[in-house]
Design a protein around this ligand. Sequence first.
Ligand code: AHR
Length: 628
Amino acid sequence: MAAVQRRVGFLIYYPVVVILCMLLSGCSFQGNGDGTREGISSIIGVSQANMREEWRVALIDELRQETENSDDIQIITADATGDADKQIQDIENLIGYGIDLLIISPCDEKVLAGKIKEVYDSGIPVIVMDRAVEGFDYTLYIGPDNEMIGQQAGTYIASLLGEKGGNVVELSGSQSSKQGSERLLGFRKVLAEFDNIEITRLHLGAETKDAAYDMITAARNVVEHADVVFAYSDIMALGVCDAVRDQGLDDRVVIVDCDGFKGADEGIDLVRKGRLKATVSCPIGGKEAIDYALSILGNESGVPKQVILRSNIITADNVEESLEKMNSPVVDDGSRIKVGYSQVGSESNWRLANTKSIEEAAKRFNIDLHMEIADQSQERQYEAIRTFINEKVDVIVVSPVVETGWDEVLREAKRAGIPVIMSDRNVSVENRDENLTTTYLGADFMEEGRRAMRWIRDNVQNDSKQSIMEIMGNEGASPTEERSRGFREILSENPSYYIEYSDHGDFTYEGGREVIRRYLEENEWDIDIIFSHNDDMALGAIEELKAHGIKPDEDVTIVSVDATKEAFRAMVRGELSCAVECNPIIGDQLMKAVRDLKSGKQMPFRIITDEKIYDRDVAEEYINKRMY
Ligand code: AHR
């Protein structure tokens, strides 16, 4: 109803007032030449942080390209010129123009978070790009992983230099500071491990081609001893290429950069021309934003919460293939797709809900699903994957019991030409650039661990030191490792809390009981807080504590992950203090990803599901709405 009213209001005043307002406010409109909304079903407002940075201009271009052939979608863009207050005003102006969806790349994610929440709460979907805002008060976040881009560049350069090592000149700039500093972090983290690689750092004030040219020319005495010059962006790389050529050093020095944009003299073009050895692509995300905007406006199911875009190393060997992939048409003819799914087991209520969600979604998305349950055995998962390969399924999906040990079997799938999607849990492979998996779809386990500890910090008194027992999932599983890491990250900032005891309960009810039993065999009860990696273990622990006369929530605060209906019951009973959500209902998102993959869409690196946090104060309010 709100949308209809907005639209009607818009139609009445749009032609006269809006055009005037847009001119006054610096918004630009790509729509009917006569400035009317007739025949346009959706208007997308785009609020850009600034139009100085090259990739932001590229984003606006990509958004325009994606919509220019559509008669019924129009976009209005606004440039905040790097000013957060202006961006807030821009958003108000865009709303005044009757937009149906907002795409925003915030100039300051902290200042803009409140405004984004306000728009989202008003019922206008919001897609946040590039810089994630705290919390989950937006419809979807799309962005790259800049730290990973830096790591990829570092790994590539290290392999280029080989055992001999060598000299690297690193050229960084300050214009896109957050993006640049994340890339820098990743790059340095990798190269710090190589004693035989010497880095000389050059830093530019203004990130322009000319500044890069001048800097490299002035640093000739350093550059002539370098094996690689690494530039953090395409615009700097172009200046580097020219300077290296003009200094007559192009036979000796190779140049690598990040960005990999598609235009003339951008990263990909420079690789094609042989001027760059490699570029690490940073997808802009405009295509994905419009794609998801259409799904959101069409009320389609399967839209995730966060999409982290995939970056690739593009060299002369794969540049043509990469371009072909980027430009290839996306067509889903709706035909039946055969999927082999290796499910880790049936260890928890969470898992049962997850299996059910996947099976039901497969029917809705016309997927022929062959699911094998592995009962926590990696060997059985290998067997299942090999069976799927023999059966020549179209796509393999795996929820792996542990993170490591998958390279070989994944290579077999790759050789057979069968793409693999990781669902719920991820794997850690030796060389990410082998692209053994297409995407990961599931929760952000690190963030779940952080949220658990943040809740403890904010809710459990800390005037004296508080001891924590950590009940972990099975060793080596990604939710175990990442929840632990996220929890410890926040713990390390709060010295009034410490982990007294950690033990594995393997994600099962019995496992949780066992951990308490083992502890009490050796110790008097002296724990203030339990952090359990899932609800089943927390519920088992609660039963065991009660059997020993220890009162849950009174004698010990218990926080767990999953937020199943059983956990809500325990919160309502006053036994569990807090449950961090890990959403198992990912069937629709997974099946959408399968269909996208088969229709030729470029898959993101990670697709993250929507999750919240609940404690006993709100449990009563939400318990009847729980779906699992
Ligand atoms: O991988 C997700 C985890 O696995 C859930 O938190 C846990 O309950 C499950 O068994």
